[in-house]
Design a protein. Structure first.
Length: 362
């Protein structure tokens, strides 16, 4: 029997596609990467339910025939098979970082493929109708923290509707926080390309500095961070970006660098990646002998900034400083090389402001 597609949904950034397929014997949830990311990330599959009697052991016969396997009876809440699913009763909820998804039936969570499983050699699935662990499939129990995260994602998406959105409040909060430190903003640029969620870049003329800061990047947690940092992830998963250029370098050059920052802002979700302290990014906006940017909050030694919070997480502001090829290569040569490069920059009295007399330190 040819599979019937009950649900087909793409995440907001267009990087992942979720498909629910029903055959005569099973229902499965699949999460497929965009073709541009297919070599980097695998397709993930999650068992949802059996529709016929479960076998006594693993269904190798279906696997060998290229079909979705039945779950063995000892692991299945409905060993005689459950009812086929109806298309209109299914809902898919993407995780806030857009790297995982939860499947709901009549509003109840029945399957979760967590975002962090994308980065594992053997991705895992949690299913309500699984009653015993097998082959990276786990029971979805009421105490699973992923359930709470799913409902949080539901609330987050629910805030964005035709009648209202959190953007005006977020915009006012972040812009107001910046203006308390750097004075009234000079210019405001939308940098979201008309896509969701809205993001902006604001400029300031602060003392002898052309200064630019993003607004709205921190509305979403970044991919990868939960997997890398576990319980400490809240400290690293939200960010805004800044760049400060001494006026002696000229306003035209400052605007070119600002455009580079604008392009970086959505990168974690476009590439299913993340940005943090000591990360380096190639940029066509910098001038020789520099060819990349390094991001750092540690380089900042300006006036005290307010502690920003978004989604109950602290927000890191990473300032961009151009680096030369040899500096980038030294940062990539060993683990934590980015941190070591930042230490060298600080030791050489290089801080958050880009100046004309900056010399390479590696």
């Amino acid at each position: 029997m040819e599979p019937t597609v009950l649900l087909d949904a793409v995440n907001p950034s267009g990087t992942l596609r979720a498909i629910v397929e029903q055959t005569g014997t099973t229902v499965y949830l699949y999460i497929q990467p965009h073709p541009d990311l297919a070599e980097q990330y695998p397709m993930r599959s999650g068992w949802v339910r059996n529709l016929t009697a479960a076998p006594g052991e693993f269904d190798y016969e279906s696997m060998q025939a290229g079909e979705a396997p039945l779950l063995p009876a000892a692991h299945c809440a409905h060993p005689d098979g459950a009812e086929p699913m109806e298309e209109g009763r299914l809902t898919l909820v993407w995780s806030e970082a857009e790297d995982g998804a939860s499947l709901l039936y009549d509003g109840e969570i029945i399957v979760i493929i967590p975002g962090w499983s994308l980065y594992m050699e053997n991705p895992v699935t949690y299913a309500r109708d699984c009653i015993a662990e097998t082959n990276n499939l786990f029971p979805l129990t009421a105490d699973n923290v992923l359930i709470e995260q799913t409902y949080k994602a539901v609330d987050f998406i629910g805030e964005w509707n035709e009648d209202s959105s959190p953007w005006p409040v977020t915009q006012e909060y972040l812009l107001g926080s910046y203006e308390k430190v750097f004075g009234p903003h000079h210019q405001y640029f939308a940098i979201d390309g008309g896509t969701w969620p809205p993001m902006a870049l604001v400029s300031f003329k602060y003392q002898d500095i052309y200064l630019f800061l993003t607004i709205g990047v921190s509305q979403r947690p970044m991919p990868w961070v939960d997997y890398l940092y576990g319980d400490n992830a809240p400290a690293y998963r939200r960010m805004e970006l800044g760049i400060a250029i001494h006026q002696s370098l000229g306003e035209s050059f400052a605007m070119e660098l600002a455009q580079g920052i604008a392009g970086i802002a959505g990168m974690p979700w476009r590439k299913i990646s993340w940005l943090g302290e000591g990360h380096t990014i190639s940029s066509a906006a910098v001038k020789a002998p520099y060819e990349s940017l390094i991001l750092s909050s540690a380089l900042y030694n300006g006036p005290e900034l307010p502690a920003l919070v978004m989604g109950n997480d602290p927000v890191n502001i990473y300032w961009a400083q151009p680096i030369a090829q040899q500096e980038r290569e030294s940062a990539h040569a060993e683990a934590n090389g980015g941190y070591q490069l930042i230490e060298k920059l600080i030791h050489a009295d290089i801080n958050w402001v880009i100046t004309a007399d900056r010399k390479p330190v590696a």
